[in-house]
Design a protein around this ligand. Structure first.
Ligand code: MRU
Length: 366
């Protein structure tokens, strides 16, 4: 997507000249929206840190990053032992998003079937293929979601003198920053905006790390999509006031039965949407569906992150530096579950690259 005049993906390879080996470039998401910083990842340990500290984040992007983590590992040491070590390190870096596990498993299956001498070259090519595929899946999600928005907006405007602005609420960041490009939940919104539909996005701030306020607001702004940042607690009220026409979120793992695991707070939005008869959709590329699981509440491991993310807020100080300030009493304990599970019964539909499905009618392709 465009940042200023330049086209970016969230991750790409730098073919360094001379004796230098390729490295991986990422947009460091811990610095947004205040600075666009490109970080260079040169080896497996640096990639593991980038995933854990959320310099890269979002389910599809951490899958792509893990694939490049394997490629970096293979260019250092292509032995079976190091391949298995790299896979374990990457899989343990963040537990909830199935895309990470999926990408590492895909790399492992391919690389264990070939000679060590070919592994580095093949790993770089396979990681690039995972990235390119992600872009294609997300574009298809955009087109299916666009059709949904178009027909919902037409219905809403039937009795109105002119086409109404269509208000979509989203949670966390499931935009291009969370993927290689285009995003999942935001892909239909970009498609609708590009098609000339009047859309406006309510952006949940998404405490504790504020991915909505920092990342979703930034990327929508770069693309010129009208949006308003709201506190996490405002969504239910806006729905009661008739100011939300649709909710679209991303997901980190969807079970075969349509339970949707996404950023903490998603469940409350689904409850409020149901109470107000507002359609609630999850936009999900197929690598996010975990066909081995059928009960999200019991089976999905919820990442527990450090309590300092709750105790502190990061922002831009008057002198232009990024600073953290404490917002809770020093003696108060914290809890920081990073995801929750929205049961399928609260989900209107799952938007995939193959079309829109009822959560209890997910179909496996390929
Ligand atoms: O903890 P994060 O920022 O990696 O969580 C991201 C989300 O929950 C997104 O909504 C999800 O990964 C969807 S990705 C397009």
């Amino acid at each position: 997507m465009l940042v200023g005049q330049r086209q970016y993906r969230t991750i790409w390879v730098l073919e360094n000249s001379g004796q230098c080996l390729p490295t991986v470039a990422i947009i460091d998401q811990t610095k947004l929206p205040h600075a666009l910083v490109i970080a260079h990842i040169a080896d497996l340990p640096q990639m593991v840190v980038a995933i854990k500290t959320m310099q890269v984040r979002g389910a599809p992007l951490i899958g792509a990053s893990a694939a490049y983590g394997i490629a970096l590992a293979m260019q250092h040491d292509a032995s079976d032992a190091y391949l298995n070590y790299a896979a374990t390190q990457l899989i343990q870096s963040r537990p909830t998003a199935v895309n990470l596990h999926w990408a590492v498993q895909r790399m492992l299956t391919l690389l264990t079937s070939i000679a060590n001498s070919s592994r580095s070259q093949v790993a770089w090519a396979e990681a690039a293929a995972i990235c390119d595929e992600d872009v294609v899946l997300n574009q298809a999600i955009g087109q299916h979601g666009l059709a949904l928005i178009e027909s919902a907006q037409k219905n809403a405007s039937q009795n109105a003198a002119q086409t109404q602005v269509f208000n979509i609420l989203t949670h966390c960041n499931a935009g291009w920053l969370a993927t290689v490009d285009f995003g999942t939940a935001l892909s239909p919104i970009y498609a609708a905006h590009n098609a000339g539909l009047k859309v406006h996005v309510w952006v949940d701030e998404t405490r504790p790390r504020n991915q909505g306020a920092s990342l979703t607001a930034w990327e929508l702004g770069q693309h010129g999509v009208p949006h308003t940042v709201i506190s996490d607690n405002a969504g239910g009220h806006l729905m009661q006031q008739g100011l939300v026409d649709m909710v679209i979120v991303g997901a980190d793992r969807v079970t075969s039965t349509g339970d949707v695991c996404n950023k903490i707070g998603t469940y409350l939005k689904a409850l409020a949407a149901l109470d107000n008869h507002i359609p609630f959709y999850a936009a999900v590329p197929s690598p996010t569906i975990d066909w081995s699981m059928s009960n999200g509440l019991d089976e999905i491991e919820i990442e527990q992150r450090h309590g300092d993310e709750v105790a502190y807020i990061q922002g831009l100080a008057a002198d232009g530096s990024l600073q953290s300030v404490r917002v809770i009493p020093s003696e108060s304990p914290t809890a920081n579950p990073a995801f929750d599970v929205t049961p399928a019964r609260l989900v209107t539909g799952i938007i995939t690259e193959h079309g829109v499905f009822s959560p209890d009618r997910l179909v496996r392709h390929g």
